[in-house]
Write a protein that binds this ligand. Structure first.
Ligand SMILES: [Zn+2]
Length: 221
């Protein structure tokens, strides 16, 4: 009777004992009892293993949750990286198109008289640079002009016409010229300034209004 009563008391205390929340007196009472009572000892070991299993379960749940969160973050990151890359590509392509356009789409060709002096050629260059200090000025000699003509026919597939040229013989038929690359807004100003030069035979300017069209044309060449 006394023993059975002790077992009931210990049974009530076992959970607290396993959790380690008992007072020292209760703890001593339980531990001395389970040394002599196999039934209570077994109950305790069951409770301990139950608690252990519960803890592991909750840990696993936590890990699953963390894995899910990480997966979601990774997916989000991938999405952000892809969208970011596309945006970067579009921006870069547009910048390239506009740089290319501004550098190359607008040009003035200034054909020079054979009688032009070196002094006047210098003055023409300076007058252009006064309007646009970043203008790209290329001198094209009569020989270069013949070569360009040959190249043009070759590129177009008219090899017969290309072969019909002779640089030494034909250079007298081609004028020297300046090719000026500038921004579209400078073309009119530059043409106006150059009108007063005696040594200029004629001028020709070309602009392409649509940067994208210009870019596509260049790609297809
Ligand atoms: Zn007992």
């Amino acid at each position: 009777m006394e023993i059975k009563n002790k077992c009931d008391i210990v049974s009530d205390l076992l959970l607290g004992y396993a959790d380690g929340v008992l007072t020292d007196t209760s703890k001593e009472f339980v531990s001395s009892h389970i040394q002599t009572c196999d039934k209570c000892k077994e109950k305790l070991s069951n409770i301990v293993s139950d608690i252990k299993a519960e803890k592991e379960d909750s840990q696993e749940l936590e890990i699953d949750y963390l894995k899910n969160v990480r997966k979601k973050i990774t997916k989000k990151n991938k999405f952000i990286i892809i969208i970011g890359s596309i945006l970067m590509l579009v921006v870069t392509l547009n910048i390239m198109i506009f740089i290319n356009y501004n550098m190359n789409a607008n040009k003035i060709e200034v054909f020079l008289k054979d009688s032009i002096t070196e002094e006047e050629m210098k003055e023409i260059k300076n007058a252009i640079l006064m309007q646009d200090s970043k203008a790209e000025i290329t001198y094209i000699s009569p020989e270069d002009a013949v070569k360009n003509a040959i190249q043009t026919f070759e590129n177009a597939g008219y090899l017969e016409a290309a072969n019909g040229f002779n640089i030494e013989r034909d250079k007298s038929r081609f004028p020297a010229s300046y090719k000026i690359k500038t921004k579209v807004e400078n073309i009119e100003k530059i043409e106006h300034v150059l009108m007063s030069f005696e040594g200029i035979r004629t001028m020709r300017s070309s602009t392409i209004i649509d940067p994208y069209l210009f870019f596509i044309n260049r790609l297809s060449i």
